[in-house]
Unconditional design. Structure first.
Length: 252
């Protein structure tokens, strides 16, 4: 019985059997048997394949051992859980972002506390001058999702908080155009702060501000899946976001 899920995952990534075989260091005929004959590879090859194809391992193979192992790996991706954002060690945000070499992403509505941190501004400038792609995604202050989030938190000033953040970042817009700033109109269920294979996830909880909600500290592990679930939402939101105008900042 063929494994059409594996075949589809290859096509989705634009990879050939040969490409995958080279990445995970097996014979192409072995990969071909996984697809055409439904052969189940060793678990180390399952995890390597899932990582290369950017999917959860259970998407490709769903035997009980694989499911149990994938659950264990996902749990292992959780470095720490903080009951509230304000209980996260003050220096952790900077430490995580200081380690970024390829990806530095912020996906929030306002993330005002970061925009007010001059050390974070200096860090952004240093990273974009090197090899790191820097992307800051803020909520569109005029969109319905932002208005509703303000109501859900018990106030109606989320648009104002975003404009304050935009004003704080304005010097970076003007002096460092390589820093990517965009506005999104997505309904966010989490604020996400990513640095390469590490991130902080701040779930949004109805009726309270983000600073009172929990924070998950995650670190990617091949085959785990939890980290990639959140990382993929950054990519999707960035793709649908727009560039910032002066009107967004002033509200005029």
């Amino acid at each position: 019985m063929s494994n059409e899920r594996l075949r589809s995952a290859l096509l989705a990534q634009g990879m050939s059997v040969q490409d995958l075989a080279e990445v995970i260091e097996v014979n192409p005929k072995t990969v071909e048997r996984w697809i055409t004959q439904g052969k189940v590879p060793y678990r180390r090859h399952q995890y390597a394949t899932a990582s290369a194809l950017k999917v959860d391992v259970t998407t490709l193979w769903d035997d009980n051992r694989t499911v149990d192992s994938a659950m264990d790996l996902s749990k292992a991706e959780i470095v720490a859980v903080y009951p509230h954002r304000h209980t996260v060690p003050a220096g952790l945000w900077r430490e995580i972002y200081a380690r970024a070499e390829k990806h530095l992403d912020v996906l929030v509505y306002s993330g005002l506390f970061l925009s007010e941190d001059p050390v974070f501004h200096d860090l952004l400038k240093a990273k974009v001058a090197g090899t790191t792609q820097v992307r800051i995604l803020l909520g569109d202050p005029g969109c319905e999702a932002v208005r509703q989030r303000g109501i859900d938190e018990g106030h109606r000033i989320m648009d104002g908080k975003i404009r304050n953040a935009l004003l704080n970042y304005r010097p970076l817009f003007e002096s460092h155009p390589d820093i990517g700033f965009r506005l999104h109109d997505s309904t966010l269920y989490n604020s996400i702060y990513r640095s390469d294979d590490e991130m902080l996830v701040n779930p949004h909880v109805y009726g309270i501000g983000a600073y009172l909600a929990p924070v998950l500290h995650l670190r990617r592990m091949p085959g785990g899946g939890l980290f990639d679930t959140y990382a993929n939402s950054i990519e999707q939101t960035w793709g649908g976001a727009r560039h910032i105008t002066d009107r967004d900042i002033t509200g005029a």
